[in-house]
Design a binder for this molecule. Structure first.
Ligand code: PA5
Length: 400
């Protein structure tokens, strides 16, 4: 269960009802299947035959590798990372180990990775809708050559899994040539809206997380809360709050916040508009960013994502559970920030479960797209990202 509270630590706005007509129009737009919004229809995200294939393939992967390497960038990998890291034990190794590759060009990381997997059994899932993303292709090509040295053709055939467009791009060409196992990246769903499709669900299932529960959580979301949240954000933005801190008190949610950041920034940050999403991990950041949030420029609001109940650990000195102490801190921080006009939304999960995270993913997807429509920008493109890619390609083509 999740409790959404956009009132207690929030400014009162008396013009919420002005949004009714606009938001109804947005709902209609999302309901009608159109360009890139198939993610809104959960039946289209994972048709039952794809779900069975994901479950069978994930069982095969779990039994046949020590390391499951997911190569992809941005929306192609952040969602899977968000969920798998939320459920990763702090101090226990999981088998198989999941490693995500693609979000930097660190040569020392690559060198150490190659050494690390040298004597381990590896299965690779390369994920790219376009099949032409520079970082993804660079890493996949490099790893592919390494794996060719290590495995026979037959063995390699079981160890490469490609998730890409149904017909376009170099990865689809490779599937056609070599007959590697492949999944279709849904045509009408963009990277950042793809967690609840095979793109996110396969790596999540490999880590033994219940993907059926994730989907059930999403299906049972009361969508109205997502529209309410989008309205609150828009009201705050028009009131001069141009930065939104996603504030957490559980480090396991850090990658989840990375996913939210990407979803919101790429969806709304265009035409010189949009709220800048940032991450805050308390209580550590109370001794760092907290000063700014309390007394710095009045440009920011917070969306706190909290977990009510994780363990039974009790702190005798206060005769309270540690989880309750964490909750008290979160509430008192919000109260004190509110006094200085730094307002907070509160999203409280009763526990960290697959069901709750499924619900939260769908909640943020709906809020992100709605927020973009309120700003009158296209939620599903990212022209600013394409720009730098062209410049890099031009430089690289020049050679040394
Ligand atoms: O959300 C998005 O659409 C982007 O972040 C893409 O996921 C990212 O650029 C990777 O693209 P691709 O899947 O084509 O490799």
């Amino acid at each position: 269960m999740i409790k959404f509270d956009f009132e207690t630590y929030m400014k009162e706005f008396d013009n919420r009802h002005d949004y009714q007509i606009k938001v109804n129009k947005i709902k209609d737009k999302l309901e009608v299947s159109g360009d890139m919004n198939d993610w809104y229809d959960l039946d289209k995200c994972v048709p039952s035959e794809v779900l069975s294939d994901i479950l069978d393939t994930s069982a095969f992967i779990r039994q046949n590798c020590d390391v499951f390497l997911v190569i992809g960038v941005g929306g192609s990998s952040l969602g899977a990372r968000a969920i798998t890291e939320a459920f990763k034990p702090y101090f226990e190794d999981k088998h198989p180990e999941i490693i995500f590759l693609g979000s930097s060009l660190s040569s020392s990381y690559l060198e150490e990775l190659i050494e690390y997997i040298k004597d381990k059994e590896v299965i690779v899932n390369v994920i790219s809708k376009s099949g032409s993303t520079f970082e993804t292709n660079l890493y996949f090509d490099y790893l592919y050559e390494e794996l060719k040295k290590k495995y026979s053709k037959e063995e390699l055939n079981k160890r490469i899994i490609i998730t890409t467009d149904i017909k376009e791009g170099s990865l689809r060409e490779l599937v056609d040539q070599k007959n590697y196992k492949s999944f279709v990246f849904p045509t009408n769903i963009g990277g950042r809206y793809s967690v609840l499709t095979v793109v996110g669900l396969l790596p999540i299932a490999v880590m033994g997380i219940d993907i059926v529960e994730i989907i059930r959580g999403a299906r049972e979301l009361n969508k109205e809360v997502a529209f309410d949240y989008a309205i609150t954000r828009d009201l705050l933005y028009k009131d001069g709050k141009v930065v939104e801190s996603f504030t957490i008190y559980e480090p396991k949610l850090l990658s989840f916040v990375e996913w939210i950041k990407q979803l919101l920034a790429e969806t709304q940050g265009k035409n010189n508009l949009g709220i800048l999403p940032v991450a805050t991990l308390n209580t550590g950041d109370l001794h760092s960013l907290g000063q700014y949030y309390q007394e710095g420029s009045r440009i920011l609001f917070e969306t706190v994502i909290n977990i009510d109940d994780s363990t039974d650990i009790t702190i005798d000195k206060y005769n309270k559970k540690l989880d309750s102490i964490n909750r008290i801190v979160a509430n008192q921080v919000a109260k004190s920030h509110q006094k200085d006009e730094t307002y907070s939304n509160f999203i409280t999960l009763d526990r960290l479960t697959a069901y709750n995270l499924g619900q939260l993913i769908y909640f943020f997807e709906i809020a992100a797209a709605t927020g973009a429509y309120l700003l009158e920008v296209n939620p599903f493109d990212q022209p600013g990202v394409s720009d730098y890619k062209k410049l890099v390609a031009r430089e690289l083509e020049k050679g040394e």
